[in-house]
Design a protein around this ligand. Sequence first.
Ligand SMILES: Cc1cc2nc3c(=O)[nH]c(=O)nc-3n(C[C@H](O)[C@H](O)[C@H](O)COP(=O)(O)OP(=O)(O)OC[C@H]3O[C@@H](n4cnc5c(N)ncnc54)[C@H](O)[C@@H]3O)c2cc1C
Length: 380
Amino acid sequence: MAALTLRRAGIEVEVFEQAAGLREIGAGIQISPNASRILQRLGLAKSMREYGVRPLAVQIRRWDDGRILTRQLLGDECERTFGAPYFHFHRAELLDLLAAAVPARVIHLDHRCVGLQQYPDRVEIRFHNGATAAADLLVGADGIHSTVRELIVGAESPRFSGHVAYRGLVPAEHLAHLGLEVNASSWWGPGHHFVHYFVGAGARYVNWVAVVPGEWRIESWTARGEVADALREFDGWHPQVGAIIGAADATNRWALYDRDPLVRWTVGRVTLLGDAAHAMLPYMAQGAVQAIEDAAVLAKCLERSDRRDLAPALRHYEETRKPRATRCQEGSRRNGTMYHLADGEHQQLRDVSLGSATTAPLPQNVWLYGHDVEAEFMVK
Ligand SMILES: Cc1cc2nc3c(=O)[nH]c(=O)nc-3n(C[C@H](O)[C@H](O)[C@H](O)COP(=O)(O)OP(=O)(O)OC[C@H]3O[C@@H](n4cnc5c(N)ncnc54)[C@H](O)[C@@H]3O)c2cc1C
């Protein structure tokens, strides 16, 4: 993503990726309007509409009787209010559409960054295969376990949330009998929550994520779980939850970690972006979205900067991005508590505060979805 925004700003970019191929796993991802407007400006509006699913609404349901606690319109209403669509994507399709917008020659696979050395005029990067590269700037966009982060700010373990996510992908026709609306549904209950939405061009699949308490600590998109174990966790929940989980042939398990906000993202000619800078729990569906915002702002800050002295541009980037990304990190943690309240007084207060069905699109999210991170650069 950063390669796209930086190239648009006229900056020469080389991408070094440790994996031998650009692959994503079979899972969904939500892209809210604060990121889709950035992708639209990059010329991706047509392909996003082709591959993305536009949910009609988002709704929160009670775990046992399925009562809708709140429901708010997305679809056209979201576009009218926030000026850009809310999308659900199959991750592989989103990656394909982003990768297609970057020339293959700038992507160097099988290059795991293992070291760096800073000089006044450049940074040199070392890879596991013995290759080296030099650049004016290194952007560490290497995820929650970022090597670049460790190299510039030191080692520090991510924080285990005590939650484990099971994930499944079910062909939509296998769930046709449930008559699911094309929306984002979240079911909240004691210690657990369950989310499902449609993904894949033409809404071909129902993607689900089941968050449960657990001590299993492996973070991997490919670690298998047992559908039966996921089902057992939702014993006593509304039958629709079990019907969706049980329709999956397989499930993956992912231990959920985040990090505390970093004091600084930049040291010299090295800065961080995405999870490397601000890993967060997925309870606001903002991890990748915030990475897209980072990429847009970084490119704008660098666009007119002097390559001999990048410090002012990098300071501007960090000062613009850190408060907002931190708010998402902290909000995601709080949501982890709020979604999982046991039945009782706090849960009742929470449910009352959710309001009820409304046609206003997520008023509490105006600061998030309504914000245009590129706006400040357009008026200059
Ligand atoms: C269950 C779940 C659901 C989620 N749902 C959403 C959602 O709906 N919406 C949303 O916005 N976010 C969501 N997220 C968060 C989102 O997936 C992450 O925030 C996002 O993938 C972070 O992107 P990134 O590019 O910073 O890091 P990553 O996606 O982790 O990418 C890092 C890349 O760097 C490479 N790499 C790592 N180390 C090195 C190295 N040393 N050298 C070279 N390459 C390296 C990796 O191979 C990888 O390709 C969810 C997360 C989870 C766990």
